[in-house]
Design a protein around this ligand. Structure first.
Ligand SMILES: [Ca+2]
Ligand SMILES: [Ca+2]
Ligand SMILES: [Ca+2]
Length: 134
């Protein structure tokens, strides 16, 4: 009797957990698609290196609230894309414009898995947030 109640509770939580993770996944995809559209300024469903780079610049300015040309460790916490995740090459916990630029090719290439110099929707979805693959 007691064990069947326990089983029931366990089942309930298992189902709950499953529905939560499905929900989270759908949400993630939707957010990723929105991001793709935001970056794809000419709306041809492909991201060129230029489009990605101008997005990176925009993102840099957005994060650099103090406008000193450097993203501080504090400012970086606001970056949900993790676009500057591994850009800190000198290890001072801040991202300079130069460091961001130096990292650009790395992360563009890591997203462009078929190496046609364009990031398709599928490629984008597979590798956003970007630093996961770097
Ligand atoms: Ca485009
Ligand atoms: Ca740095
Ligand atoms: Ca590609």
């Amino acid at each position: 009797m007691i064990s069947s109640i326990k089983m029931g509770i366990a089942m309930y939580f298992a189902v709950l957990l499953c529905s939560f993770s499905v929900f989270a996944q759908q949400n993630g995809t939707e957010a990723t698609q929105k991001k793709f559209q935001e970056i794809d300024t000419n709306k041809d469903s492909l991201l060129t290196s230029e489009e990605m780079q101008s997005y990176q610049k925009k993102k840099f300015d957005e994060l650099d609230k103090s406008k000193n040309g450097v993203i501080s460790a504090e400012e970086r916490k606001k970056d949900s894309s993790n676009m500057f995740g591994k850009a800190d090459s000198n290890g001072d916990s801040q991202i300079s414009r130069k460091e961001a630029l130096a990292q650009f090719n790395d992360y563009f290439n890591s997203m462009d898995t078929n190496k046609d110099r364009k990031v398709s929707r599928d490629e984008f979805e597979a590798s956003w947030p970007v630093n996961l693959r770097l």
